[in-house]
Design a binder for this molecule. Sequence first.
Ligand SMILES: NC(=O)c1ccc[n+]([C@@H]2O[C@H](COP(=O)([O-])OP(=O)(O)OC[C@H]3O[C@@H](n4cnc5c(N)ncnc54)[C@H](OP(=O)(O)O)[C@@H]3O)[C@@H](O)[C@H]2O)c1
Length: 235
Amino acid sequence: MTEGRTVLVTGASKGIGLRTAERFAARDDVTQLVLVARSSRAFEDAVARVSALNPAVAVSARPFDLADRPGIRGLVRDVHAAHGNVDVLVNNAGYTNPQPIHQIRFEEFERTMAVNLYAPFTIVQELLRLGNRFEVVVNVASTAGIQGRSGWLTYSASKAAVINMSEVMREELAIYGTRVVCISPGRTATDLRRTLAPDEDPSTIMQPEHVAQVIEMLSTDVGRFVDSTNLVVRQ
Ligand SMILES: NC(=O)c1ccc[n+]([C@@H]2O[C@H](COP(=O)([O-])OP(=O)(O)OC[C@H]3O[C@@H](n4cnc5c(N)ncnc54)[C@H](OP(=O)(O)O)[C@@H]3O)[C@@H](O)[C@H]2O)c1
């Protein structure tokens, strides 16, 4: 395992991404942590919290809307120029707006695909074009991508695509020594879950910290032995 790694986490303002960032910040083999989410007070607070955890880890905030696909190339170039090689990439940012089929607006479908699928693809592609050599790429899909649910068409479709995209990345990037792991969490107590299941009691389901522990484990020595195309994490 290399020392002094740079870790990039998208969707780091809250939920699973924030918990994941906190865990990486506590590691002694991480020196740079780059966090992406849209610009907000919540993101600023999250970055301040993560930065305070460990003075040995330089935390950098990159406020950005990942639905802006053309803009992602500039974001990635800036990150690469400022921080060098990204060793661990966690494509975690996710979006959903559940609607029955006849009410889905195509712009919403496009937004869901942009954030959940095109953004992780574009980040990986642009970094590869810059000569980046990943150690690990973790793509966060969902059990909704394995089993569609009524009202979740756009979200389920985007996550099914993430699962398959990850399989191709896994095969293509193996020659560089890169491990690509797709994880599919089940229901986890976050804002996104509240959007999908507003009546559920969040204390009865998996917590974001549990998923974050699995994501972090994937980039440890033990994580090297996880040989799974789509790792399901659920209660
Ligand atoms: N919670 C669950 O039950 C569950 C189950 C399976 C999979 N997942 C997946 O887990 C991942 C994390 O979600 P979560 O449950 O932790 O939800 P969350 O708490 O709502 O967090 C979602 C994160 O994605 C970011 N994000 C959303 N749209 C964005 C955009 N356009 N540009 C940049 N960042 C954006 C959000 O940041 P801002 O809004 O601050 O920009 C936030 O940091 C997602 O991929 C989700 O699909 C969740």
